[in-house]
Design a binder for this molecule. Structure first.
Ligand SMILES: *Cc1c(COP(=O)(O)O)cnc(C)c1O
Ligand SMILES: [Zn+2]
Length: 411
């Protein structure tokens, strides 16, 4: 059924049986990772890969995911399907990129990329007999976990950072989760969540959950399938905890190992200037990521001072001739407006940084000769609508009369 072999420690190699699932290796405390039998995965994919998929992401990618009870998928299904990969109409040309694609990860059931992976976490919680999901989050992950818990009939306890957009808080509350708003940033929310786990048998769906990582690999498979096997010159990610970029990289590496693609795309990570520990390490040529002090920013996502997968994405960028760059609030706000007015796409700040980052790299001449680029658009604009909208621009009220309308529109 599944090509997953089991959960192994990245540090000492010890195996943890799924039935005794935990987030860390019992012998050494290292992170756990799902290992796959790529030979049998290759055989399975060779029959089905280019068949256009529809329906649940988990069903479509059953061959590449660690799922034991596919009959449970319907119990957690909220409409998480393959996200569209659409072609830019004008921005790409203005930037000089022949084929600029947007991977519309913000079209998930709770309007962010988080749903792709929360769906598998909720499924594993059912398989393994948990009754409560928990997560530390800057907002989107909490909403996603809250929604899937409702669907699956599980409880949700979410730990959110103090500074989270009001729209995200409302969304989380609507799904009925228990919300703990922590007086601190995402690392503090994460610490208290981990301490709670020592006393309560909850299923933590956070970035260190190997199933979250496993599910996010599918975005790489979708991109290659949709491009008919063509490897884009570059793929651009917004980077906070770095799970998204690290897991997509793993997906591309697997496909190359299986001989499905001849090379890897350049992996480009974009951070906020307000919190960019990975960009700094990249620029300094360092392998060590030093925590930074978070500066103010209107983006609530991506403010992660100690990114869980930081080392992996540094390596991914370096090994693929990729890079890291950071963007200011001004730069991503301009990009949100450009994407909305020129492309018809309304995204939240973290969702715009990939495009802001690639624009900056091209303007600085650091990136040349890229013909096909995929930018990840990760969160919907309605998750923090106040970010890009000038309140003065709210229209005045006009008499419902043709003459009044014409004089207002100056036509
Ligand atoms: C969580 C999130 C990200 C960052 O993903 P990481 O895997 O933590 O790097 C990017 N954009 C949005 C909108 C998010 O919610
Ligand atoms: Zn270990």
């Amino acid at each position: 059924m599944t090509c997953a072999i089991g959960l192994f420690c990245e540090n000492c190699g010890a195996e943890t049986p799924e039935s005794r699932f935990r987030l860390k290796c019992a012998s050494c405390g290292g992170s756990l990772d799902v290992k796959y039998d790529l030979e049998s995965m290759k055989n399975k994919l060779s029959e089905s890969f280019f068949q256009s998929g529809s329906g649940s992401v988990l069903k479509q990618w059953l061959d590449v995911l660690p799922i034991n009870n596919p009959e449970l998928i319907d119990k957690i299904y909220l409409g998480e399907v393959e996200t569209p990969l659409i072609c830019s109409s004008s921005l790409g040309k203005e930037l000089g990129i022949e084929n600029l694609y947007y991977k519309m990860e913000f079209t998930g059931p709770t309007l962010s990329l988080k749903d792709r992976a929360t769906s598998l976490c909720a499924l594993k919680a059912l398989e393994l007999g948990y009754d409560t999901l928990c997560i530390p989050s800057s907002g989107n992950n909490a909403a996603s976990v809250a929604a899937y818990a409702s669907k699956a009939g599980l409880n949700a306890v979410v730990f959110i950072q103090k500074d989270v957009s009001p729209a995200k808080v409302l969304k989380i509350i609507a799904y009925g989760a228990r919300v703990v708003r922590v007086d601190g940033d995402i690392s503090m929310a994460s610490n208290v969540c981990s301490e709670m786990l020592e006393k309560h048998r909850w299923f933590n769906c956070g970035g260190s959950n190997p199933y979250r990582f496993a599910a996010k690999r599918t975005v790489a498979y979708e991109i290659i399938r949709r491009l008919g096997g063509l490897v884009p010159d570059a793929v651009v990610f917004p980077v906070g905890g770095a799970t998204g970029m690290a897991s997509a990289y793993t997906g591309f590496v697997e496909m190359r190992t299986m001989g499905m693609i001849p090379s890897l795309p350049r992996m480009i990570g974009v951070q906020l200037e307000a919190c960019d520990p990975i960009t700094r390490a990249f620029d300094e040529g360092s392998e060590v990521i030093q925590p930074v002090t978070i500066k103010p920013s209107i983006s609530d996502a991506l403010k992660n001072t100690s990114p869980f997968q930081g080392k992996q994405v540094l390596k991914a960028a370096r090994e693929t001739n990729g890079m890291f760059v950071s963007v200011s609030d001004e730069e991503f706000i301009r990009t949100i407006r450009l994407l909305a007015t020129k492309e018809g796409l309304f995204v939240e700040p973290a969702g715009a940084v990939s495009v802001a980052g690639i624009s900056k790299l091209l303007a600085q001449g650091r990136l040349k000769d890229v013909k096909t680029v995929v930018c990840m658009l990760t969160g919907h604009g309605l998750n923090s609508p106040q970010a890009a909208i000038d309140t003065e621009a709210i229209p005045a009220v006009i008499e419902p009369e043709v003459s009044a309308v014409e004089s207002y529109l100056k036509i």
